[in-house]
Design a protein around this ligand. Structure first.
Ligand SMILES: Nc1ncnc2c1ncn2[C@@H]1O[C@H](COP(=O)(O)OP(=O)(O)O)[C@@H](O)[C@H]1O
Ligand SMILES: [Mg+2]
Length: 494
């Protein structure tokens, strides 16, 4: 999974590496500082050599500055890598969703797709921007701190070598509890988002039924569930700090006790003990960092899985191999069976045999739910037949490329959508190269010319989001004009 995630860094891999190198050197410089401090105390202060103290202090200051600069560089490069990564991943997901067929879209709910494209990616992006530093720094500081302090005083090192496993075990226990809690928190957040998105999309319906209060109650319930889930995770997350502090202070007390005794008998210098203490603090700090990384990783894991689910969904309709255009507008249903889900018990359409000649006009009459829409959606391959063959111009629809087939079949769906933008922009969807004459022609046939002539800005009227500025009937007519502009061989009006 990590390897796969890594592939989305592509152009930003360099930033990632540079960022990591910055962190490593930042930690190195920071680790040198306690060494210099020990030197100042043991040599400079003991000998009362002011010049020595000044010289070493200067070196220490330079080290601190370099480390600071490297930290700033890291922030810059990691931000670039993280943001770049998020952009690439979001784009990949979006492209994938564009390739989805209707049946894929039936599989994921719209709110869930939106969450997976936005907040899940943000979680990963943040994990990279904020997590890269501790991932590299934690182990670097741990290893170097361990080596340095053992070198300084092997005897004292025994104290924190016993403290580390204790801290490690307690952190492990807390994290183990926290992982599953976090997953349930994400799911609860999912529900909150789903309710918000569903409500906002249908806000006009909610208002017309005066369902505002009911919707508020519904939202209150999921919001409360989310609060409880976060609270439960938080209960455990807050344990980490006291646990860490208990171990840290116990270690410091022990080291001061043993170290003090060693100084009393003359086997240790004061400066050494000070330096040693800073290393111990660094070691314990790095353990905390590593613990936080695991915390973040377990959070990101849930989001990663959700994103990969979107990327791994196989488009149910594969593009056909043929490059040939559709020549005639005849349609043949040859023993066609169709159902929406492979595991559905009954077919929506069974054993349909139907021949429609080119140039003929056919009306299909039936009660609601009698599968009229299902029937026509098969022709431009919005869904694929379950068995049997559907031929357009004498050839199986699966042999045409999707672009060629859908160019030849104009569909005005039952539920139609216009996009924000001007009327002209919407109509040009049918044919980008359409001239003013073409637009006039299509609008005349669709009976849209009459109301268009009453709009002061004509084709340049802005439709607003989802085409709210025109009436339902006007919208329908514009959709018909849009389909006509394709000059399709087959025109379907559902
Ligand atoms: N996306 C879908 N997923 C599952 N079942 C569907 C879907 N769309 C429609 N159906 C079912 O297929 C049947 C036919 O629907 P449809 O073709 O839309 O009827 P209509 O003749 O009113 O246009 C209905 O029973 C409906 O419940
Ligand atoms: Mg219908």
């Amino acid at each position: 999974m990590l390897k796969r995630l890594f592939s989305y860094f592509k152009k930003y891999r360099k930033d990632l590496y540079i960022g990591m190198v910055c962190v490593v050197f930042e930690s190195v410089f920071e680790l040198v500082i306690p060494l210099i401090m020990a030197d100042i105390i043991d040599v400079g202060v003991v000998r009362r050599d002011t010049a020595y103290i000044y010289r070493k202090s200067l070196v220490m200051g330079v080290c601190a500055l370099i480390s600071l600069g490297l930290g700033a560089c890291y922030a810059r490069f990691s931000a670039r890598a993280g943001e770049g990564f998020g952009t690439e991943l979001r784009e990949a997901e979006y492209r994938r969703v564009q390739g989805y067929s209707f049946s894929n879209l039936d599989h994921f709910s719209t709110p869930s797709l939106i969450t997976r494209l936005t907040s899940d990616i943000t979680i990963l992006q943040n994990a990279i921007c904020n997590g890269l530093r501790p991932i590299v720094r934690g182990p670097t500081m741990l290893l170097m701190g361990l080596a340095m302090s053992i070198l300084m005083s092997p005897k004292l090192a025994v104290v924190f070598l016993t403290a580390i496993p204790i801290l490690g075990c307690s952190l492990y226990l807390i994290l183990k509890k926290l992982g599953p809690l976090y997953a349930s928190m994400q799911k609860a957040l999912d529900h909150v988002n789903a309710i918000i998105q569903e409500n906002l999309i249908a806000i006009r319906t909610v208002k017309s039924y005066v369902r505002g209060d009911g919707e508020c109650r519904k939202f209150g319930a999921v919001n409360e569930r989310f609060r409880r889930a976060s609270e439960r995770s938080f209960h455990y997350a807050v344990l980490i700090l006291p646990c860490f502090q208990a171990v840290m202070y116990a270690t410091i007390v022990c080291i001061l006790w043993f170290g003090g005794n060693m100084i009393a008998v003359g086997s240790l210098q004061v400066g050494k003990l000070t330096g040693f203490l800073s290393y111990v603090l660094q070691i314990l700090n790095s353990l905390m960092m590593i613990a936080n990384v695991f915390l973040m990783l377990s959070r990101s894991m849930t989001s990663t899985e959700r994103i990969f689910e979107v990327l791994d969904e196989k488009p149910a309709i594969a593009d056909g191999p043929g490059r040939a255009p559709v020549e005639r507008g005849s349609v043949d249903f040859d023993h066609v069976y169709f159902k929406y889900r492979p595991d559905a018990r009954e077919y929506v359409l069974s054993d349909i045999c139907l021949h429609i000649e080119e140039g003929s006009t056919v009306g299909i009459i039936g009660g609601t739910g009698s599968a009229k829409s299902s029937l026509v959606q098969l022709i431009p391959r919005l869904y694929d037949v379950s068995s049997g063959t559907l031929r357009v111009s004498g050839r199986d629809v699966r042999e045409y490329s999707l672009a060629r087939l859908r160019d030849a079949v104009g569909v005005v769906l039952q539920k139609n959508i216009l996009f924000s933008g001007t009327i002209r922009e919407n109509l040009l969807w049918g044919n980008e190269k359409a001239t003013r004459e073409d637009l006039d022609w299509a609008c005349r046939i669709a009976c849209a010319d009459e109301f268009l002539s009453r709009f002061p800005q004509g084709y340049d009227t802005d439709l607003g989001q989802g085409g709210v500025n025109v009436s339902g009937g006007q919208k329908q007519r514009l959709c018909i004009a849009r389909a006509l502009l394709k000059r399709p061989k087959i025109l379907i009006l559902d």
